[in-house]
Design a protein around this ligand. Structure first.
Ligand code: PEP
Length: 229
């Protein structure tokens, strides 16, 4: 199976013009571009090869939910993938229960849901088995694995410049796949220097990339690497 690169732009770039420029530079077949909500339409309009993703979704269809975006709204914008449970959102107070509702709402309308799971540094430091037990707890609400992708993102590796050991990431990916048989991505401080070490692992279906995905040159290098697998 082809390896896929998911570009999570987070709250970047600042303007629509910059977003369109970045989208044009990143527009290849096995990439999924995940811009902030206000740029989804402009990015979609320039894409010829890459797919479109969103950084979050709410679990209700419509109504009095200030600030939220429904799965149907994303579908109408031709969004194909949605990230749920990113550690940067869990840190703002999202619970496993909310994330489970978002997963269901997303898959119900046919969106492919990327569920982020991963352990904090304190758990990682206690050893390998503890990491796996921690991740298993985040799985207790998964009911339907249709259209589900899991991103293993150790919290201590996201945006820190400290990536996981690729062998450890592959081991966790195997563990995840032994519980739910779905594609597993790795995310956490990947770049053009370490991408190959993760992508060559057969258990790792692709990368969820933050910082490096808003640097067009860096992302293009990673795309070149991914094409080898
Ligand atoms: C992410 O945002 O999911 C991520 C992995 O970020 P970074 O690549 O910057 O660590």
């Amino acid at each position: 199976m082809k390896k896929i690169l998911f570009a999570n732009w987070k709250m970047n770039p600042m303007t629509e013009n910059e977003a369109v420029k970045l989208a044009r530079a990143s527009d290849v077949k096995d990439a999924v571009l995940i811009p902030p909500f206000p740029f989804l339409k402009a990015v979609k309009n320039v894409l010829k090869n890459a797919s479109l993703g969103a950084q979050d979704v709410f679990y209700e269809e419509e109504g009095a939910y200030t600030g939220e975006v429904s799965p149907q709204m994303l579908k109408k914008l031709e969004v194909k993938y949605v990230v749920v449970g990113h550690s940067e959102r869990r840190r703002l107070g999202e619970s496993d229960e909310m994330i489970a509702k978002k997963m269901k709402a997303g898959t119900d309308v046919g969106l492919k849901v990327i569920l982020c799971v991963g352990e904090p540094l304190s758990v990682y430091k206690k050893g390998k088995k503890v990491t796996e037990e921690f991740i298993k707890k985040q799985f207790r609400f998964i009911k339907d694995k249709k259209n589900l992708i899991i991103a293993y993102e150790p919290i201590w590796a996201v945006g820190t410049g400290k990536n996981a050991d690729p062998e450890d990431a592959a081991r966790v990916a195997r563990f995840i796949k032994s519980i739910v048989s779905v594609p597993v991505l790795y995310g956490g401080s990947t770049n053009s220097k370490n991408a190959e070490d993760f992508l060559k692992k057969k258990e790792i279906a692709g990368l969820l990339i933050g910082g490096a995905s808003i640097d067009a040159k860096e992302f293009q290098k990673m795309i070149k690497i991914a094409k080898r697998f």
